[in-house]
Design a protein around this ligand. Structure first.
Ligand code: NDP
Length: 484
């Protein structure tokens, strides 16, 4: 029987999303007290399309004075927002959710242009989930007493929120929606390389009529984030980002009354047992590591395959990654888009080099990629062990380290042998194995026979160096409340 070779015989016609209707300003200013205002630094930095190296817009850089203005505006707004009838708060948040839905296509295109992720993902995952977070928390606004009966929940005050570049709008939604639903006000800083959709969200917030100062969005790099962390009138820091910066933040706020939640890095174990449905598991492996170019804190970047099925799984995996389309994020056929920045590409390439130098066997399919932009083909590392750097450290790119195991106890021990504790996946037909692993894996989220599934009702967060606190669900509300 002749073999069906999708690579050689089938070429997809390009299906590029048009950007003609996308209106971007040349310069974006800070969103403070309900208005777009120039920064006191008078400086702007470029935001670049990582697939083309083109400058898409200039973004204002906020300095200490700007952060002070933003915090003061949030504090003023807190006095009335926290006293507003909860039902009224909910109405504003519902309105924001609906407006994101109405402009979903525009947001998806900008997210892909600014961050490099495939349009299929920004269209089907990032933007709908961001809207869903606003819907979900809007619904809780007037039910906090039911969520936490007899505990008299009260908002904390002004929350400083700092987010990374991998899910820009979604992370903004994760942070803003529960905070304001509880009656807090916020100062949010998006990541330097992906500020655009947060600023577009600011446009929606302005249009929605949300009282001025409830949400302030300030842009800039790490220094701007540090100014938020160190501002004396902040009540809570909600941070998502790297473990190193998380540790710096912990040190900065030690001894203050600031509360904190830290969502940090990960090195998720994806475990495939011999009784799993192998073809589904192979798709699960692909989704776990190559979703969003592997720029995912909970990516299944360590694969553990039971020895008896290792050969067939690796063969199928190699075949499957050879059919993945790496390229233009705006093409609806694309599976793996552009690496978010030159710096991140250099980090990934550094790890690939280390992996080879330490004796790992590398497999990368041939991909034809553009000379412009930042690209990394899907990469497998075989013949690696627990001590290899590519197994231990978070790469945050499309690089999968593959190991085998024989027994369930062995794989639990190997999977837990990491400083992180964010996520894991288990593939087996046996419910009893799933229950054993979900109890014994030291991970905040464990998926069974699926991976990278997110829902606003479900709490998300980690243990150990993956941070503490939960976002999503009721747990996500609790992080923005005090109980009297
Ligand atoms: P970083 O920690 O470098 O940055 C995160 C945010 O913090 C950015 O807005 C950054 O600004 C800002 N920042 C940098 N330095 C400081 C500082 N000293 N004080 C305050 N803020 C600062 O992480 P990345 O942006 O590189 O994101 C990738 C990391 O995020 C990965 O480790 C990933 O695992 C983690 N992550 C965790 C998630 C979770 O839920 N657990 C979800 C998503 C990502 P700027 O970028 O502008 O310099």
């Amino acid at each position: 029987m002749s073999k069906l070779n999708l690579n050689k015989t089938w070429n997809y016609a390009t299906a590029t999303e048009s950007t003609n209707h996308i209106l971007l300003k040349e310069k974006y200013d800070l969103f403070i007290n309900g208005e777009f205002v120039k920064s006191n630094s008078k400086k702007y930095f470029d935001t670049i399309n990582p697939a083309t190296d083109e400058v898409i817009a200039k973004i204002a850089e906020a300095n200490k004075k700007d952060i002070d203005l933003a915090v003061k505006s949030a504090r003023r707004a807190f006095r009335s927002w926290s006293k507003l009838k909860a039902k009224e708060r909910g109405k504003y948040i519902f309105r924001i959710a609906r407006m994101i839905q109405e402009r979903a296509k525009e947001f998806a295109i900008i997210e892909s242009m600014d961050g490099g992720k495939p349009i299929r993902e920004s269209r089907d995952v990032d933007i709908p989930l961001a809207a869903n977070h606003f819907f979900y928390y809007a619904g809780w606004s007037d039910k906090l007493d039911c969520a936490f009966p007899n505990q008299n929940p009260k908002p904390l005050g002004v929350a400083g929120q700092i987010i990374p570049w991998n899910f820009p709008l979604l992370m903004a939604a994760w942070k803003i929606a529960p905070a304001i639903a509880c009656g807090n006000t916020v100062v949010l800083k998006p990541a330097e390389t992906t500020s655009l959709t947060a600023l577009k969200l600011a446009e929606i917030i302005q249009e929605s009529g949300l009282p001025k100062g409830v949400v302030n969005i300030v842009t800039g790099a790490g220094n701007t984030g540090a100014e938020i962390v160190n501002h004396p009138d902040i009540d809570k820091i909600a941070f998502t980002g790297s473990t190193n910066v998380g540790k710096l933040i912990q040190k900065s706020i030690a001894g203050t009354k600031k509360k904190s939640t830290l969502e940090l890095g990960g090195k998720g174990a994806n475990i495939i047992f011999e009784d799993s449905a192998i073809d589904q598991a192979v798709e699960g492996i692909i989704n776990a590591i190559f979703f969003n170019q592997g720029h995912v804190c909970c990516a299944g970047s360590r694969l553990f395959v039971q020895e008896s099925i290792a050969d067939i799984v690796i063969k199928k995996l190699k075949e499957r990654i050879s059919s993945l389309i790496v390229g233009n994020p705006l093409d609806k056929n694309t599976d793996i888009g552009a690496i978010n920045s030159k710096e991140q590409l250099a980090t990934i390439n550094k790890y690939i080099k280390i992996g080879q130098e330490e004796g790992g066997e590398i497999y990368q399919p041939k991909c034809s990629i553009s000379k412009k932009g930042n690209w990394c083909p899907p990469t497998l590392f075989l013949n690696v062990s627990q001590s290899h750097t590519v197994v231990q450290e978070e790469i945050f790119g499309p690089v999968l380290a593959i190991q085998t195991f024989r027994t369930i106890d062995e794989v639990i021990e190997k999977a837990n042998n990491t400083p992180f504790g964010l996520s894991a996946g288990v593939w087996t037909e046996k419910g009893s194995k799933i229950f054993k692993l979900t109890q014994e894996l030291n991970a905040g989220v464990v998926w069974a026979n699926t991976y990278n599934k997110f829902d606003p009702t479900s709490p998300f967060g980690g243990f150990k160096e993956s941070g503490f606190g939960r976002e999503g669900g009721l747990h996500g509300l609790k992080a923005y409340l005090k109980f009297e």
